[in-house]
Design a protein around this ligand. Sequence first.
Ligand SMILES: [Zn+2]
Ligand SMILES: [Zn+2]
Length: 110
Amino acid sequence: MTRHPDATRIERLKEVGRYALGVEWGDRHESILPYRNLRRACPCDACSAVAESPLTPEAERPVDFQVLGDRSLFIRWADNHETLLLVEEVRDLCRCARCVGEPDFPITGR
Ligand SMILES: [Zn+2]
Ligand SMILES: [Zn+2]
């Protein structure tokens, strides 16, 4: 699937409540990504090995997050784990109606 470059440019990160990260994308889309889903998406070997195990509260509570060089999202968790996700992977985590819905969803509508 090809995307407009703006769709994978992170404009802004913000906390949404206590359990989710809000991402504002360059194409004006906004994603609400539960921290749990972000932690589950961690591609490292350690996380893959325990993919079926329940997460501790610390494992899904971020203490720091930042965009690295336009291409990656870095998250440090309260259990001292670090996750690096490509922005494409972060955008793939968006489960809103527009992202999982009709391929011809009207882009101009809101
Ligand atoms: Zn990991
Ligand atoms: Zn979306």
